[in-house]
Design a binder for this molecule. Structure first.
Ligand code: URA
Length: 243
């Protein structure tokens, strides 16, 4: 038996807090009966749970780690008919969705799941899950520019939260440099916009780490399931309780 708000959040209805509000507003039904108690326990395998009368379906939860190649859209469908990340999954029956997004031209680590609550938490900056990128940029940023990248850059949608920025390689002629950037937010095109804002536009971008998860053992286009140990550790880091 599991708490109703947790089951709703896992099904991707909304965050756990919002699901609690839905329950309190009397918009959730269990086996046809409206439930307003937050502590209510349900059996997700047997009870019929509905929001505003619409039954939610609960599939077995899956957690996939994909090495996204460039030239693939992080979406479930592309109106222009370009390849999408789920085209790379074979034999996965569940309807998984990407956690956050990588641009068409960005490669690297992408988590896919049908666990809405976990996805919300990974994307939320308050859990400070490291998102680590390697970026080749134009020119070689000065120590001052690296400090700006780490401390916060003012973008059109506000100041970025503090992270880390390291210079890994610099072209001796000063034409380009390889940076490692660690951020905790997931704004649209954030790394590209941060680098452009300090005068060093990105030439290529790859996400190499998400929390403790890396691309080790995967080639571009390949994916694997998280191990039970990895999932347990990730949930611990995201403060996801089992009740
Ligand atoms: N930041 C970007 O600019 N692009 C990505 O794909 C991911 C992070």
């Amino acid at each position: 038996m599991e708490r109703l708000q947790k089951v709703l959040a896992q099904a991707g209805v909304a965050s756990r807090r919002k699901c609690e509000e839905l329950i309190l507003q009397g918009r959730v039904q269990v086996n046809g009966v409206t439930v307003r108690e937050l502590g209510t326990k349900v059996d997700p395998g047997r009870d019929e749970i509905a929001v505003d009368g619409r039954v939610i379906r609960r599939e077995e939860l899956v957690y996939l780690l994909l090495y996204k190649p460039t030239g693939v859209i992080t979406s479930l469908h592309d109106p222009q008919g370009r390849p999408v990340v789920t085209d790379l999954l074979c034999g996965v029956k569940q309807r998984v969705f990407p956690v956050g997004r990588l641009d068409y031209d960005t490669s690297g680590l992408l988590l896919l799941t049908n666990d809405g609550e976990l996805a919300n938490r990974v994307a939320h900056p308050s859990f400070e899950i490291d998102k680590v990128y390697r970026a080749w940029v134009k020119g070689v940023p000065s120590p001052e520019k690296l400090r700006q990248l780490a401390q916060g850059v003012l973008l059109a949608d506000g100041l970025t939260a503090p992270g880390r920025a390291r210079l890994l390689k610099a072209d001796p002629l000063g034409r380009r440099a390889l940076l490692e950037l660690t951020i905790h937010e997931g704004r649209n095109q954030q790394v590209r916009r941060m680098c452009a804002a300090v005068g060093h536009p990105v030439e290529s971008l790859k996400r190499i780490r998400l929390g403790f998860l890396t691309l080790d053992g995967l080639a571009p286009g390949q994916y694997r399931h998280l191990t039970p140990e990895e999932l347990q550790r990730l949930k611990r880091e995201l403060a996801m309780t089992s009740s």
